[in-house]
Design a protein around this ligand. Sequence first.
Ligand code: NAD
Ligand code: MG
Length: 401
Amino acid sequence: INPTTPRTITLLGATGSIGHSTLDVIAQHPQRYRVHGLSAYRRLDALLSLCQQFQPAQVAVPAESVDRFAQQLAQAGLAHIEVLGGESGLRELATAPEADTLVAAIVGAAGLMPTLAAVQAGKRVLLANKEALVMSGALFMQAVADHDAELLPVDSEHNAIFQSLPESYTSLTASGVDKILLTASGGPFRGRSAESLQEVTPEQAIAHPNWSMGQKISVDSATLMNKGLELIEACWLFHATPADIDVIVHPQSVIHSMVRYADGSVLAQLGVPDMRTPIAHALAWPERIRSGVQPLDFMTLGQLTFEAPDHTAFPCLQLAEQAFAAGGTAPAVLNAANEVAVDAFLKRQIRFDQIAQVIDHTLQQRAPKSANQLDEILSEDRLAREQAQAYIATRTIAATT
Ligand code: NAD
Ligand code: MG
């Protein structure tokens, strides 16, 4: 792409944490990037100010909010912005021919349909929405190949792995890769015993030591399910199996992941933990642009430490590995049960340690089916949610005070 022709960006999940970081980078490079479309789900007041600042041509909001939001735009002198609604609106926005790049930053299963639609439209897709890939890995990667889409990982670990692999990468063996070393912060409860985790509150769980993120991924980081989802994400992105990947707890989150080659060389990507780095990398790839992130200062860094994950206190990582091995719709079931369980935990309906129990129970209830079609995956997602809800309803859980 000619640097004088700006890339046109559609950002799904504009009001979230990744959305915020993405627009921060875009605002630093107005000559390089133009915002074509934005989507938001709840915080439509925030979307309105983003419309004022970035002047998109189209936005997508929930179907029931279309009229009200169009009125608010008109009152703000922004009647020229087209308001799309509901799932079909998200799909239309994600595939709009005016945009060449989609940033997929919706959280959870809700992001799958529009992200896959953008892939099928052959766009450059910057993937933050890891749940979409976990749910539909085989279908998603096949669509990337069939439609010549360009898939670039925004998740910091996967972006680090991508940066540590050769540009000509096709497979681990062809590139002489021995292992992918996926780093994990360990979350806010690293080092705690399984018993002591029965007491922890949503407030403690979402207070991540290194990263500021949305609520759902913050809880996932605390249970290590985030690393489980990322293990599956890495398997699909890099044509690997869990045996090719070692998870290493690295509490400082300075090394964002590594690749170890056959000759013993280990290549890593390091930086200050700030999502603007992987976002800027993926936006500009294969070029480099400024992200606004502070340089890493080794003189003040102190120590970088490493340890093994504790699978007893944090069973979710192994549940994810099992679901990937089971194949078919099992990762979609894992993801659905996790979304329901995290939501119930945030509403104080279940304890922290019961998140893994809900997922384990739901996985056992649902034998994996074929996941070749989006319909099959979405229907399994729905059934798994119902089953997880039903299981939660049978638990009599003392609410944490
Ligand atoms: P967030 O909760 O801050 O934002 C989520 C966004 O999705 C919001 O804009 C919200 O309006 C939208 N949304 C929520 N539910 C929706 C629905 N049903 N339909 C349409 N839109 C909906 O989340 P986040 O932390 O920005 O994370 C977004 C994605 O990026 C997640 O998949 C997460 O795993 C991934 N990710 C985030 C980080 C991070 O640092 N925050 C890092 C790596 C990966
Ligand atoms: Mg990550």
